[in-house]
Write a protein that binds this ligand. Structure first.
Ligand SMILES: Cc1cc2nc3c(=O)[nH]c(=O)nc-3n(C[C@H](O)[C@H](O)[C@H](O)COP(=O)(O)O)c2cc1C
Length: 176
């Protein structure tokens, strides 16, 4: 049991994937049990509430989620929410999120959408009693240049999120 970093953007030039990679690296310095899953590398079926659950990729996603104590969901903001691929992943893996510690890192086009991950945070909290880490990364395009995160504040926030994920997850593990 350890950590899972989920990169949910399907864009090959994704900025949230750069956040995910940075968090993956920071968590890797704290724990040797960190799994990185990039949805561009998987053929994920659409959740249909039926046959999709037995698809081999769904089974793989369920395993990855259920094996983790702490999960960092890295996603783009689309239409004032996380993207549909992130939502679909949650639909496919459902109750396997129960009691997980969850953090968020989002890439967005504008400052006005900064609370957009709250609806998925609320649903994870209310549906599956997830412990939401009250520190998240929200980065605009200006924080990146090419394949790099160039904004030092965003780099600091990715480190802080990784440390907070580790602190909360390990504390809960020690007391369960
Ligand atoms: C379909 C679509 C909807 C979007 N909706 C929003 C939005 O509601 N708020 C926002 O700030 N940015 C929005 N954006 C901009 C993306 O969040 C931005 O491009 C971000 O970098 C995407 O993450 P990614 O680079 O990891 O794929 C939207 C982009 C697309 C393609």
């Amino acid at each position: 049991m350890g950590y899972l970093v989920l990169s949910c953007s399907l864009n090959p030039e994704s900025k949230s994937r750069l956040l995910a990679e940075s968090i993956n690296q920071c968590l890797g310095e704290l724990s040797n049990e960190v799994n990185f899953l990039d949805l561009t590398q998987e053929k994920v079926p659409f959740c249909d509430g039926g046959d999709a659950y037995s698809d081999p990729t769904s089974v793989k996603l369920v395993e990855a989620v259920s094996e983790a104590d702490g999960i960092v969901l890295c996603a783009p903001i689309y239409n004032f929410d996380v993207n549909a691929a992130a939502k679909n992943l949650i639909e496919l893996t459902g109750r396997n999120w129960t009691d997980k510690v969850v953090g968020f890192a989002c890439a967005a086009g504008g400052q006005g959408s900064y609370m957009s991950m709250m609806s998925v945070a609320n649903s994870l909290m209310l549906d599956f009693r997830c412990h939401i880490v009250p520190r998240f990364v929200y980065a605009l395009g200006s924080a990146f240049q090419g394949e790099s995160i160039t904004d030092p504040d965003i780099l600091d926030r990715t480190k802080e999120l990784a440390h907070e994920m580790f602190r909360v997850t390990e504390a809960l593990k020690a007391n369960s």
